[in-house]
Design a protein around this ligand. Structure first.
Ligand code: FES
Length: 237
């Protein structure tokens, strides 16, 4: 059963520069699990019912961190010491991987939203390989991750045979080539083997407004409550 969201304050403790990205560290009773996110009212002048999603790159017992591009408009409103009104936790958790799982993470622009999944897998004795389309600042990544940079479908085919679970954060146009690469590299692809993040704007976060509806093989689903991770096979429509 999904945990009810609560409205609370996320206090920005510090900001860390990671190449062209900025990591915001928040103290917050966020109660986040990997796969979940917060809905933040970043700018006080905006409509109070319109929020933006902040996906954690790090989840701690006392809060979370979120990585933003250095030109993200939210950075005009968030600085060390500022408070952000958030609804948390939003979305469905991906669940803990079985102990000693081998995870394959695939990202084209930034792997940040996949990092809590990686951390959970490593905590439970698993291993994680991260496939990137372009280099990412190493100081933003756990040194225990195995990292490969290159063509994502080709790398996915190389690593799929030994993976237990796959998590993907790429442009939608890459979903089909990656799905085909995974299918070509394994005798069977079980339901739930590969999950892709789908995160359109989510202004309400409650499944009420329909703005985040995602077309899946099982019909239209709100990403804010039934996502943001969906079975890759269900997105192949
Ligand atoms: S954001 Fe309103 S239904 Fe998902």
């Amino acid at each position: 059963m999904m945990q009810a969201m609560r409205q609370t304050i996320a206090h920005c403790q510090r900001i860390e520069l990671l190449g062209q990205r900025v990591r915001l560290h928040f103290e917050c009773v966020a109660a986040l699990a990997p796969g979940q996110f917060v809905l933040a009212r970043v700018a006080p002048a905006f409509d109070p019912y319109l929020r933006r999603s902040l996906f954690p790159s790090v989840i701690t017992p006392n809060g979370f961190a979120a990585d933003l591009a250095e030109d993200d408009p939210a950075l005009r409103f968030i600085a060390p010491g500022s408070d952000v009104d958030v609804l948390t936790p939003a979305g469905s958790p991906v669940g803990g991987p079985p102990a000693a799982s081998r995870l394959l993470l695939i990202a084209d622009q930034t792997p940040a939203v996949l990092l809590p999944v990686a951390a959970r897998a490593i905590e439970s004795g698993g291993s994680v390989t991260l496939l990137l389309a372009q280099p990412y600042p190493l100081d933003a990544l756990d040194p225990r991750l195995e990292i490969r940079v290159g063509s994502l479908p080709e790398l996915a085919a190389d690593f799929a045979p030994t993976a237990d679970l796959v998590f993907i954060h790429t442009a939608q146009s890459l979903h089909r080539p990656i799905a085909q690469a995974l299918a070509s590299a394994r005798p069977t692809v079980a339901a739930g083997f590969a999950r892709a993040l789908f995160a359109p704007p989510m202004p309400c976060g409650t499944g009420a407004c329909g703005a985040c509806a995602v077309r899946t093989a099982r019909g239209w689903k709100p990403a804010c409550t039934e996502g943001p991770f969906f079975n890759l096979a269900d997105l192949e429509t």
